[in-house]
Design a protein around this ligand. Sequence first.
Ligand code: GLN
Length: 483
Amino acid sequence: MHQMTLAEIARGLADKKFSSEELTKVLLARITQLDPQLNSFISLTEELALEQAKAADARRANGESGALLGAPIAHKDLFCTQGIRTSCGSKMLDNFKAPYDATVVAKLAAAGAVTLGKTNMDEFAMGSANESSWYGAVKNPWNLEHVPGGSSGGSAAAVAARLLPAATATDTGGSIRQPAAFTNLTGLKPTYGRVSRWGMIAYASSLDQGGPLARTAEDCAILLQGMAGFDQNDSTSIDEPVPDYSASLNTSMQGLRIGVPKEYFSAGLDPRIAELIQNSIKELQKLGAVIKEISLPNMQHAIPAYYVIAPAEASSNLSRFDGVRFGHRCENPENLIDLYKRSRGEGFGPEVQRRIMVGAYALSAGYYDAYYLKAQKIRRLVKNDFMAAFNEVDIILGPTTPNPAWKLGAKNSDPVAAYLEDVYTITANLAGLPGLSMPAGFVDGLPVGVQLLAPYFQEGRLLNVAHQYQLNTDWHTRTPTGF
Ligand code: GLN
């Protein structure tokens, strides 16, 4: 039962082959049995799950239908869940029970999805390995000595290990697409503004975007449908109609122009990944796509710009955690300054503290123009490169990451080494564009992802290309041994 995709679950529930309650019990038992090896969950919500499953079964018995009605999922632990711990992977929020549901959580619950729990993540979504979590590292089900990617590493490991069919995640600089690549999943970062950020604990507000992690493009379409849409509570949410993503899945790829940026195949890319990307290009050509070499000349500046903008916004967003209103408070503060200092010093881990310091520095008087303003100018150049490219092509294709998942601890002493691994993903966040990663093969038994980028609001195009590819390849069906 645990092998089923969301689409198969929806069919099974509609045909009354099993109930949501039965399926939920099977998956909860599987999580209890197998998750100790992975550490992909921070909280299990068994009672809520069984309640929601029974309610979904009752709604189906009353004649209601819907692809998510009774479907088990989990939420990355930065989506606020009313009355349930929402930790953001941090000691700071270990004692925080959200007083309300994030829009994404509320929408999915209304569609009948069943919440099995809250998944592990890098602290405040800062990281690419899920090693900065206060709740401990998450292991990659493909090789337990390797990282699952981050910051949505818990969602990715859980879905890859078939503990559940799909989960929510967020992507500020790659945190949906990179863990998807590292664990053989399909993950979609939507256009900025497509999915409400209300109740999604902020890391870098101009870059953060929620999206689905699942095994197939078909399932990403189903989950995205439940997440997307205008929300008046989020001033950056966009009031555009949400298309029927599942209906966009069977469009012909004949004549589709795919751009392959020459900058993507530089020295930093593992040649074995380069070969798998070339194979995926050939596969898409067979389906009718036309390949064109393009250029994104400002790509080299994207990492430094991102690692100024993201910490700058983070330092501002995280100032609310002061020991007074939210989360951790130190014992016996001597005065207000001591309260701030010790509460924040104790509550935040080293990576979060590093970014708060970098961000506060970049925003400080005298340095603002040199760093923050400069970074924002680079951001515009990155966007302009994409706009020029999309005049010539419909999709941009390349690797999701330069290397496969590294060993646990391998980059702990050198944060910049980890930042450099974000080279292919962060440009989409800087420009606000939608991006998808899908399975493209294996290197030394570790999964490799191919990334597709599209113009604003063309999530359907990304999902269609990925679906056509998945109808003709079987990488996405491979299961890690032991799960
Ligand atoms: N690795 C990037 C960072 O650490 C991206 C993280 C994310 O997308 N949340 O900032």
